[in-house]
Design a protein around this ligand. Structure first.
Ligand code: TA6
Length: 282
């Protein structure tokens, strides 16, 4: 079932229900803010304080950072404008009883051209089944090459941050954004303090292990990955977050960030995609 719904304040979203899972996707930002397989805890974390207000990025789910990650383009807002823009609904298809595909589209307009001086089409295809696949396709409709950084800024519900172990990053170089230092990962990653790091040369499955599950993150069109948790102090000062939220989530973001930027020639395309699948331990 695919339903167009509205919150009391008029905020529009698509609700998807099939035999595998339940999902909610806001038209603002093409923002997936709920994904859960039936009878399981949600895979994506959503802040209870999230605004769901026009022009304010939802806190949680999967914000789309485009056409710039973080503050990599001083002419753009942090993480670009795609996550607060109104997207249009494209094709919606119930592939089978277990699989639904939703497409959303964003194109240049006068306002966006003032911020990002390129004609473009951005298309997010979301496949909802017992796993979640997001494919973000950029098409350069301009006559000049564009330099792009971007991320699928996924917030994962971990139950308790103390249970988290992230596998697949051993020996990967990373930029520590907190200390502005270059380092190399030794072994698995545990979250015991504020973490804001951008890994490079990421070329295989990443696993988010918690008390009761293993989440597999398989990326394509990307060789960088961001891991973020604000921890106690930063959490208190982050919009849309409650004080203890840092204990419940970790962001693992499939990206083209820092040296993994992409140059898209006129008429060219690039697809950044992530597939999230879950294996229950108990
Ligand atoms: O993904 C890491 C990061 O760039 C952090 O530095 C932090 O700023 C986070 O994104 C959240 O950014 P936001 O603009 O959504 O508050």
């Amino acid at each position: 079932m695919i339903t167009l719904k509205k919150l009391e304040n008029g905020f529009e979203y698509i609700e998807v229900e099939n035999q595998s899972a339940h999902a909610k996707i806001a038209l603002q930002g093409a923002h997936i803010f709920h994904f859960a397989r039936h009878h399981e805890r949600p895979i994506l974390w959503l802040s209870q304080k999230s605004d769901f207000k026009k022009g304010v990025a939802i806190r949680g789910g999967v914000p789309i950072c485009w056409p710039a990650f973080a503050k990599s383009n001083p002419d753009l807002p942090q993480h670009g404008f795609a996550r607060t823009a109104m997207w249009t609904l494209g094709e919606c298809q119930e592939i089978d009883a277990h699989t639904t595909e939703i497409t959303l589209i964003l194109r240049h307009n006068q306002e966006r051209l003032k911020l990002w001086h390129y004609k473009f089409e951005l298309c997010l295809s979301i496949t909802i089944s017992d796993q979640l696949t997001m494919a973000l396709k950029t098409t350069n409709l301009d006559t000049r090459a564009m330099k792009l950084t971007q991320a699928l800024h996924s917030y994962f519900d971990v139950g308790a941050i103390s249970d988290v172990r992230i596998k697949g990053l051993d020996q990967k170089p990373y930029h520590d954004s907190l200390k502005d230092q270059e380092k190399v990962q030794e072994g698995d990653l545990f979250i015991t303090k504020e973490v804001d790091v951008i890994y490079q040369k990421v070329d295989k499955r990443i696993q988010l292990i918690t008390k009761d599950s293993i989440l597999n993150i398989d990326n394509s069109g990307s060789s960088s990955l961001v891991v973020w948790n604000p921890w106690r102090e930063k959490c208190k000062h982050t919009s849309g977050m409650s004080e203890g939220d840092y204990l419940q989530f970790v962001c693992i973001e499939s990206a083209n960030a820092r040296e993994d930027f992409r140059i898209i020639p006129p008429g060219g395309t690039h697809i950044l995609s992530a597939t999230i699948s879950k294996h229950r331990i108990i």
